[in-house]
Design a binder for this molecule. Structure first.
Ligand SMILES: Cc1cc2nc3c(=O)[nH]c(=O)nc-3n(C[C@H](O)[C@H](O)[C@H](O)COP(=O)(O)OP(=O)(O)OC[C@H]3O[C@@H](n4cnc5c(N)ncnc54)[C@H](O)[C@@H]3O)c2cc1C
Length: 552
């Protein structure tokens, strides 16, 4: 069977691609891109061979691309650095295509896009799961700061190698060699060898090429939040020719990205992990030319009447004609005084593959009675010794879907503690035990070392600072849900009412969990994000017409 990572392009596809690039011949072995190069080119082999070599492993040849095969991976669609060296062998003829021209070809020719993107995604999976290498992060397995960096790299699919200074001989040797000490941790070594001490998230993201600055351009649409709602809006808007920029403070996928398995999303009968869904949507949006920058947190927004100007962390202001809030909602913390001490070192708000090794043969707690708690409990039960589902109420089925309740009841290592709350957390550096309290006041100590909490959320709307109308909890009002008195006084709203996903300011839309009255499901968030794009088009036509009539 053909290897899906290394398909061949047909002669017709090669002929089409020739319009986007240049042909080059090599009479001796020549490096055509190197590990760490940003904006590296795509190569299709017309004759001869290009070998992809692994510099982390004595330039071991991972694959030799032959005639009609091609180099590249999904990092080419954004700004990420090359992960390997590529060498054109003597006597080889290549078609070289610049990344921006490759993106044009991908957006225009769907059969070429299918071949390239399938191979790119397969290659990314292989690299992340089977290869050791990438950027090196040295830190303590018990440090909150280091956990945040690792979490960011995992969620953003940044190929890396973590060395835990508490257990790794190599980590300690490297520190010694660089004449550094534990106070310089977390230490980050980029693929080009650059070293960064006490690494911040922004430094790491810039090296990885996922954090971008935007020149003084006015975009058609700025999407804030790359969860299901924001990614759906990005895919539809970019595929319909709008210039789109999407920012997120954390990682693509939002809450859905944290779900170990989504089983009720249409078209995936055996379920899909949130991470997988998010990664595919992230690549899909970029394939249509959407710029996605992470971590880029919206802090404040201005409305000039003509444009919106967004001020975000770590970047210049972003100017846009229309804006879409897709910032979802944030988890509620357990009301325990020292909870922050354990966040990232025993207390978590999602259960993903990264937690598996820490939970192996351990006692694990899951707090909450919704579907997210149920899914996490089932997922963790596959690895932990015991999972304790801790619930303030007295009925597991009150908020959880029946299929999850049945599976939890059937799992031999899941124990449900009804009418119970977590009262205390203990452990010197990381969570070692906790105290539960029942309705009758009985206190029980459990040696739970990993606690996953899923107890509700509040909307992420601090950055709005009152610009558009919200309800008393901060969820954004849209369409007929906006009181007449809150509507922005302007020509557009004198002629028509806000569209169903439009806020109290024309051109400002809200979709997904952040919107008042939303259903809080992946499918509805995706539906709203897609639907809102047609409303953006209507707004852009209206504001263009208004501008033209003023100019005339
Ligand atoms: C563990 C878990 C399991 C779930 N399982 C299911 C399921 O099986 N089926 C189902 O239908 N639903 C499920 N849900 C619910 C579903 O995930 C949400 O309804 C959906 O993700 C909402 O999408 P959204 O895009 O509106 O918001 P979110 O997914 O919350 O995404 C919002 C994004 O905005 C970003 N953001 C926030 N503030 C800012 C800011 N100031 N600047 C920039 N970016 C910002 C966040 O980082 C985030 O990425 C689950 C939720 C969780 C937590």
């Amino acid at each position: 069977m053909n290897d899906p990572r290394f398909p061949e392009l047909t002669q017709r596809q090669i002929n089409i691609l020739k319009e986007y690039g240049t042909i080059e011949s090599y009479d001796k072995d020549t490096r055509v891109f190197s590990l760490g190069d940003l904006q590296y080119d795509f190569f299709a082999v017309l004759d001869g061979t290009v070998s992809i070599e692994d510099p982390y492993n004595d330039n071991y040849v991972i694959v030799a691309h032959g005639k009609n095969e091609f180099s590249g991976d999904s990092g080419m669609l954004s700004n990420r650095a090359a992960q390997f060296h590529a060498v054109a062998k003597s006597g080889t003829t290549l078609l070289r295509i610049r990344p921006q021209h490759l993106r044009e070809a991908i957006a225009k020719h769907s059969d070429i896009s299918d071949v390239l993107l399938n191979a790119f995604l397969e290659r990314q999976n292989t690299v992340l799961n089977e290869f050791t290498g990438g950027m090196k992060l040295i830190g303590s397995g018990n440090s909150k700061h280091t956990y945040a960096l690792r979490d960011f790299m995992e969620k953003n699919h940044i190929w890396h190698n973590f060395l835990d200074v508490d257990v790794s001989e190599e980590a300690r040797e490297l520190l010694q060699n660089f004449n550094l000490s534990e106070k310089d941790l977390p230490l980050f070594i980029a693929s080009d060898g650059a070293i960064c001490q006490k690494t911040s998230l922004d430094q790491l993201a810039r090296y990885a090429g996922v954090l971008m600055d935007f020149e003084d351009k006015v975009f058609d649409l700025l999407v804030i939040g790359a969860g299901p709602a924001g990614l759906a809006a990005s895919v539809y808007a970019a595929s319909e020719g709008l210039s789109v920029v999407t920012i997120d403070s954390n990682a693509p996928g939002g809450q859905a990205g944290k779900s170990s398995k989504i089983e009720n999303y249409l078209g995936f009968p055996t379920g899909i992990s949130g991470n997988d869904l998010a990664n595919k949507a992230y690549v899909q949006a970029q394939k249509f030319g959407c710029n996605i920058s992470i971590p880029h947190k919206a802090e404040r927004i201005e409305h000039t009447g003509e444009h919106f100007i967004l001020y975000a962390t770590n970047g210049k202001a972003i100017k846009t004609k229309a804006i879409m809030a897709a910032t979802g909602a944030n988890y509620t913390q357990l009301p325990i005084e020292n909870i922050e001490k354990y966040e990232g070192s025993g207390v978590y708000y999602s259960a993903t593959g990264m937690n598996i090794s820490a939970c192996k043969d351990e006692l694990v707690g899951v707090v909450g009675g919704g579907n997210s708690a149920g899914q996490a409990a089932l997922f963790l039960a596959e690895h932990a010794k015991e999972v304790h589902v801790i619930l303030r109420g007295g009925d597991l089925g009150a908020k959880m879907s029946d299929y999850l309740v049945q599976r939890i009841e059937a799992a031999p290592n899941i124990h449900v503690q009804l009418n119970t709350q977590v009262k205390e957390l203990h452990g010197e550096h990381y969570l070692e035990s906790l105290v539960l309290e029942t309705k009758d006041g009985e206190r029980i100590k459990k040696n739970i070392t990993n606690l996953f909490t899923f107890i509700g959320a509040r909307p992420c709307t601090d950055w709005l600072k009152g610009l558009v109308a919200t309800d008393e909890r901060g969820f954004i009002c849209t369409g007929p849900g906006i009181a007449e008195k809150d509507l922005y006084r302007c020509d557009i709203f004198r002629k028509r009412k806000p569209q169903s996903l439009e806020t109290s300011i024309p051109g400002f839309f809200a979709v997904g969990d952040v919107r008042k009255g939303s259903v809080k499901r992946v499918a509805s968030a995706v539906g709203e994000g897609s639907m809102a794009v047609s409303q953006v088009h209507q707004f852009l036509v209206e504001s263009n017409n208004a501008r033209e009539s003023v100019e005339a």
